[in-house]
Design a protein around this ligand. Structure first.
Ligand code: AMP
Length: 392
């Protein structure tokens, strides 16, 4: 059974074709610069990337190109070979407590959440619309970044703001990266041989969030109403005092929207270091003795340790910390500094294992709390959801 996992952005469309249930990746690819004359369509054929640059003015054209490309490159014989399409949708609000088979009503419900994710949900819908037209007979499933966190309790998801803001406008924490947190924590529970395990997942990529998972359920997560809340990231500040908005708006004669944009796009690693949003640059410059690169790293480590301590207390214990995504999977120094920052919990890193890549335990046998690297796989999680709903 072949399932397409799709992630549509405002000007891009990423896809992966998976054989299910074996979860083998048949091909993957990307359409970039949708809306431009020099858009780029890239697809992997026999492991080699094949790219063409051409005019792709909208998602409909991009999707047709993907579908035609699969046939042209003999990856599938006909469209009948595709059993289902799973779409990543960023914001599911309180409506979607599970993945869902896409219908016209579901599209309207996703649209009703556009205020909460103005940059992401409209792009996701554009991708869904285009695939529904290109593959009308095939089941289309929406898989939401927020669904996994719908198990949080009120004390975790409500802000201490006027309650009417929540009632009238849905102002609360939703959390994101849910598919990744779910995939990684399910795998960790298997490795721990304990479905009731208490786990903290550190999804550290360009966007980054932590999630406290107790017995397979998200009980708290660091991102909030939007992905800006939480730990500092590549370009996002993470938590700040909201009064900064007014101060910088006054001092720099900027609108609140512009200051918010600075907090989203010019902060984090990039803002503190003045060098880059990429952890590889930050670590290289830190090792060269650059003070601000060192600060960018140290601030992030401290904030992550703060969250781990707070989740440890909130869950009343901890079995494992799991690292995933670009930084979590690849930066041994970041992992070892985080684990050292929380060593009071009884964590002992195994430096040899921590220096390697791929799924593994990176703590010593004496360590009271285990730590793992578990590579994330959001596409597999999306494909699993399509299969699950297709059977119903
Ligand atoms: P992600 O958002 O999960 O794709 O993670 C991207 C981030 O991971 C990049 O911005 C880098 O900071 C970081 N990273 C560090 N080492 C690597 C690596 N070897 N490959 C990819 N990303 C890396």
């Amino acid at each position: 059974m072949k399932i397409l996992a799709v992630n549509a952005g405002s000007s891009s469309l990423k896809f992966q074709l998976l054989e299910m249930p074996s979860e083998e990746v048949i091909t993957s690819g990307l359409v970039e610069r949708i809306g431009y004359y020099n858009a780029v369509f890239t697809i992997k054929v026999n492991g080699e990337k094949v790219s063409v640059t051409q005019e792709i003015l909208d998602h409909k054209v991009a999707v047709q190109l993907v579908v035609d490309g699969l046939i042209k490159h003999h990856i599938i014989d006909s469209l009948e070979d595709i059993t289902g399409v799973g779409h990543r949708v960023v914001q599911g609000g309180e409506i979607f407590k599970d993945s869902v088979v896409i219908t016209d009503k579901v599209i309207d419900q996703i649209k009703s959440l556009n205020d909460l994710a103005p940059l992401h949900n409209p792009a996701n819908i554009t991708g869904i619309d285009a695939f529904r037209k290109a593959l009308p007979k095939v089941i289309q499933v929406g898989v939401f970044d927020t669904t996994f966190h719908q198990t949080m309790k009120e004390d975790a998801y409500l802000y201490a703001t006027p309650y009417e803001w929540y009632q009238k406008y849905g102002v609360r924490k939703y959390g994101f990266h849910g598919t990744s947190h779910q995939y990684v924590s399910e795998r960790a529970a298997i490795l721990l041989k304990n479905p009731k395990a208490k786990i903290i997942v550190c999804h550290l990529g360009n966007g980054a969030s932590l999630c406290a998972v107790d017995s397979g359920k998200s009980v708290d997560t660091s991102m909030g109403l939007t992905p800006l809340e939480g730990i500092p990231m590549g370009t996002r500040s993470g938590n700040v005092d909201p009064s900064i908005l007014m101060l910088i708006s006054d001092k720099e004669d900027k609108t609140y929207a512009q200051v918010l944009d600075d907090l989203n796009k010019k902060s984090g690693y990039l803002g503190v270091s003045g060098i880059s949003n990429d952890s590889r640059d930050i670590i290289r410059e830190m090792q060269n003795g650059d003070h601000r690169a060192t600060l960018a790293h140290q601030i992030q480590i401290k904030r992550i340790a703060d969250y781990i301590g707070s989740y440890y207390v909130y869950m009343g214990g901890l079995d494992a910390i799991v690292f995933t995504a670009g930084i979590g999977e690849n930066e041994s120094l970041v992992r070892s500094h985080i684990l050292n920052a929380v060593k009071v919990l009884g964590i002992e890193v195994d430096p040899e294992e921590n220096s390697k890549r791929g799924e593994r335990l990176i703590t010593t046998p004496q360590s009271k709390i285990k730590a793992f690297i578990i590579p994330t796989n959001e596409e597999v999680m999306i494909a699993r959801e399509v299969i699950r709903l297709e059977k119903n």
